[in-house]
Ligand binder design. Structure first.
Ligand SMILES: NC(=O)c1ccc[n+]([C@@H]2O[C@H](COP(=O)([O-])OP(=O)(O)OC[C@H]3O[C@@H](n4cnc5c(N)ncnc54)[C@H](O)[C@@H]3O)[C@@H](O)[C@H]2O)c1
Length: 260
């Protein structure tokens, strides 16, 4: 059996880095594709022999085309692609939002996911094998004030996922999405430090009473590309501690207080 190859975008930090570790531990050779090449190199070296850091801005068509060519040349094929790279939005009231920021969020998340799927889809459909996981968000499934560009991009990723799943099923390529709730990463910590989100309130809004750990999302992505998910395509897996399921008024849990 040939080696299993995974390409993970945004793998230099946060959820993507947790994914790189989970896939590497399971025997995959991982291409850590990130805008931050220095950090990605350090991470790849930390994973040991056979893993590679590759530069990419997922919103740049030429860069994504070059990445797919480089991966094809280096590894020969790709079994799993996780489109995880992302940026936060401004969190400003909509009336104060700048169209440039709105566009950048759309470009990185939605255009980036499209470009990555298109270029790596070429390799996978030609080989009649492969699995793609796109990272959406609770913001793509429900309305969140001020988060219109991010929510639209993440909802677009859900639509793209379903469309590609239906188009590429005949080529043996499965395409799914994960909609994480709030995850304890640098991105979320910086929003909390800037006073844009309140971690205690978020924990109480989650039935399971805590933020996700990056590993929670990584293990779900690993499941979706694995043979255990062979009959799953075009789905959106909520990995949110019950956030999306909760429809009652008030808090859903005691949050961290539960543990004291
Ligand atoms: N953290 C959360 O609470 C949360 C919740 C739901 C969804 N998500 C999504 O999960 C994904 C990862 O989020 P995270 O919290 O780990 O973020 P993070 O900021 O910790 O890491 C993001 C990584 O993506 C890279 N990146 C950013 N722009 C890029 C680009 N244009 N091209 C290539 N790489 C780029 C960064 O360099 C970084 O290494 C994002 O798509 C995010 O929207 C996060």
């Amino acid at each position: 059996m040939s080696e299993r190859i995974a390409v993970i975008t945004g793998a230099a930090d946060g959820i993507g880095w947790a994914m790189a570790q989970v896939f590497a531990e399971a025997g995959y050779r991982v291409a850590l594709a990130d805008l931050d090449l220095e950090n990605a190199k350090e991470r790849a070296a930390g994973l040991g022999y056979g893993h590679q850091a590759l530069p990419v801005d997922v919103s740049d068509e030429q860069a994504v085309v070059a990445l797919a060519a480089k991966v094809g040349e280096t590894f020969g094929h790709v079994d799993a692609l996780v489109n995880n790279a992302g940026i936060s939005d401004s969190h400003l009231p909509t009336l104060e939002q700048d169209v440039g920021q709105f566009q950048r969020v759309m470009d990185v998340h939605l255009k980036g996911t499209f470009l990555m799927c298109r270029e790596f889809g070429r390799l996978m459909t030609a080989r009649q094998q492969g699995a793609i996981v796109n990272i959406s968000s609770i913001a793509g499934l429900g309305g969140m004030p001020r988060r219109n560009g991010y929510g639209a991009a993440k909802a677009g990723i859900v639509a793209l996922t379903r469309s590609l799943a239906c188009e590429w099923a005949r080529y043996g390529v499965r395409v799914n999405a994960i909609a994480p709730g709030y995850v304890a990463t640098g991105l979320v910590r910086s929003l909390a430090e800037a006073g844009k989100i309140d971690i205690g309130k978020i924990e109480r809004r989650v039935p399971l009473g805590r933020l996700a750990e990056p590993e929670d999302i990584a293990l779900s992505a690993f499941f979706l590309v694995s043979p255990a998910a062979a009959y799953i395509t075009g789905t959106v897996l909520s990995v949110d501690g019950g956030w999306h399921a909760f429809g009652d008024f008030g808090d859903a849990s005691l949050g961290k207080e539960r543990q004291t």
